[in-house]
Design a protein around this ligand. Structure first.
Ligand SMILES: Cc1cc2nc3c(=O)[nH]c(=O)nc-3n(C[C@H](O)[C@H](O)[C@H](O)COP(=O)(O)OP(=O)(O)OC[C@H]3O[C@@H](n4cnc5c(N)ncnc54)[C@H](O)[C@@H]3O)c2cc1C
Length: 532
């Protein structure tokens, strides 16, 4: 459905995003009428479809929600909200059963019990999966089918939300625009219950594993409407994305290093043994920093599976093999060029245990939200779990809340006219996120990025670029303000963790603008000083 006239009719509940969080929430709200808006056609443009591992759930004998929560807390570098982590782990079993009910064919063992796999930093086997590495695709296809069968769910594909409309601090609707048609007039949709489920921010970076739709637009529109944003500085980088000229970059799974593949530079030297006793099997952020440092030093980084896998590569890792061969790299004969890639955002729109944001009538679920479950680093396979648990909680909360009907269509808030996306500016923003706000950060480079993103946000005539700059600014400003290293946030000028700073960041766009203004003043003062 993509008829703009149909869009403008008043709607009860609007969900923005057609990934796991959005679709699951819509299904849980049935038979209450909901409208799901997705920038990309369902099944495309959602990170959910690309998830390979699965969902963490303590469903196996001998495992417990307490043990799962303890692992989550241990990885989160002192910032995980323990009550939230335990709540998440405790509801995992029920949500897996919901997914089974919607038709997700999770793998089972010979006795018919759910089969569970093991992943890094989990103390037990607890990753529920589908046909090895097909979890994401299987979840999406089952949920899309269930959504199409549910008459109370109206799906609008090909429209992107570009602004939230508010009145007296409460949400009254959304401004949308047809994707790719900058000259088209924006469309407004009235609703006093909006759920943002727009995914992550990986595509703000030049090197990422995320789809193009994960460019932080949902976070930006909430921030621009005044919502509190939590922990934006915490971005998880996957250490080994394949540098084969593809955007997004395909992953060379961690399992390759588990099988003995090593990381080398262009001189053929292994660089991880000098950095950590576990070498290539060190925690993800440490490996990411090692790879980044070699690239920055001009030596390049390569994953060498020639000895460890040799001729067995294609049969053991068919997906990675196909990605390499498509790029003209034969991993049986040549090391694979790799780089760290923006993979997952721990930060997001701050929500409470019901998924409510700080704005009345606005909920957020999935990767766009920040619940406190991940702290400064995410435990593998906890993100799909968080998406499904919070989507259910949001549906329950909305179901139980009286939502006032929108009496009239809200006016468009701003920018009736859009200009074409300036490709070079977008490219520069993404390059600066990778070089200045990436794996290894420094105060001076962060300050430069803050000033640059604030200028783009202020000056651009393109709404999507402005929203990208808003989110980039929030990430860079909070990274600049956190003068320590913690979890996935590493500052070379403040390389250690400071116990006094063990608090989550709670910020607003206004606070980020203040940081940008003071950094610009300082830079100007320095220029005058040099000139005189
Ligand atoms: C390669 C890869 C592998 C992963 N593997 C795992 C794993 O094994 N286990 C795990 O737990 N996690 C994994 N993750 C992370 C996990 O997939 C995501 O965190 C999760 O899927 C996010 O779900 P979501 O519903 O919040 O967002 P998404 O699934 O990304 O969906 C977002 C939706 O919002 C839409 N959208 C975005 N902006 C707008 C807008 N402005 N207007 C309208 N619509 C919009 C998009 O089109 C899309 O439909 C992986 C991620 C990647 C990239």
């Amino acid at each position: 459905m993509s008829n703009p006239d149909d869009l403008t009719r008043n709607t009860d509940v609007v969900i923005v995003g057609g990934g796991l969080a959005g679709l699951f929430c819509a299904l849980k709200l049935a038979p209450r009428p909901v409208t799901v808006i997705s920038a990309a056609p369902l099944g495309q443009g959602a990170s959910t479809a690309w998830a390979q591992g699965g969902i963490a759930a303590a469903v196996a004998e001998g495992d417990s929600a307490e043990a799962h929560a303890a692992d989550t807390v241990a990885v989160g570098a002192g910032l995980v909200d323990e009550t939230i982590a335990l709540g998440l782990a405790s509801e995992a079993g029920a949500r897996i059963h919901d997914l089974l009910h919607y038709g997700v064919p999770f793998d089972r063992d010979l006795e018919g019990k759910l089969a569970v796999g093991r992943e890094a930093a989990h103390s037990a086997r607890r990753i529920v999966h589908v046909r090895g590495d097909m979890a994401g695709r299987a979840i999406m296809s089952a949920l899309i089918e269930a959504v199409r069968r549910t008459p109370s769910i109206r799906v609008i594909e090909g429209f992107a939300a570009e602004a939230l409309l508010t009145e007296d601090g409460a949400v009254t609707g959304l401004q949308l625009r047809k994707v790719g048609e900058t000259t088209a007039k924006p469309v407004t949709i009235a609703s006093r219950a909006v759920v943002l489920a727009t995914g992550g921010i990986g595509h703000l970076y030049a090197v990422t594993t995320n789809p193009a739709e994960a460019s932080g637009l949902g976070l930006a529109i909430a921030a621009r409407a005044g919502a509190i944003i939590a922990d934006p500085e915490f971005v998880q980088f996957h250490p080994t994305a394949i540098m084969a000229g593809r955007d997004p970059a395909p992953l060379a799974t961690e399992a390759l290093r588990g099988e003995g593949a090593t990381l080398i530079n262009d001189k053929g030297e292994r660089f991880m043994p000098a950095r950590h006793p576990l070498a290539e099997l060190a925690p993800r952020d440490i490996v990411a920093r090692g790879v980044f440092a070699e690239i920055e030093a001009g030596r390049g980084a390569f994953l060498d599976a020639r000895q460890a896998l040799g001729a067995h590569f294609s049969e053991k890792f068919p997906t990675v093999y196909a990605s390499c061969m498509a790029a003209g790299i034969d991993p049986v004969r040549r090391p694979i060029p790799v780089a760290p890639a923006a993979h997952y955002h721990m930060g997001g729109i701050s929500v409470d245990a019901r998924g409510r944001t700080s704005l009345k009538g606005l909920w957020a679920g999935g990767e766009v939200s920040s619940t406190g479950a991940h702290g400064a680093n995410r435990l593998a396979s906890n993100s799909l779990l968080e998406a499904v648990v919070y989507a259910a909680r949001i549906a329950e909360d909305i179901g139980g809340s009286p939502i006032a009907a929108s009496a009239r269509l809200p006016g468009t808030s701003m920018n009736q006219h859009d200009s074409a996306m300036p490709a070079l500016e977008e490219k520069n923003l993404r390059a600066m996120m990778t070089s200045h706000v990436g794996v290894i950060r420094h105060g001076d480079r962060l300050a430069e990025a803050v000033r640059a993103f604030a200028a783009i946000e202020r000056d651009t005539g393109n709404i999507a670029l402005r929203n990208m700059a808003t989110t980039a600014l929030l990430v860079a400003a909070s990274a600049w303000a956190r003068r320590e290293s913690r979890g996935a946030h590493y500052r070379i000028d403040y390389p250690s963790e400071k116990p006094a700073l063990a608090q989550r960041t709670m910020t607003t766009l206004g606070a980020a603008h203040e940081i940008a203004a003071s950094l610009s003043e300082r830079a100007q003062a320095r220029t005058v000083e040099h000139a005189s």
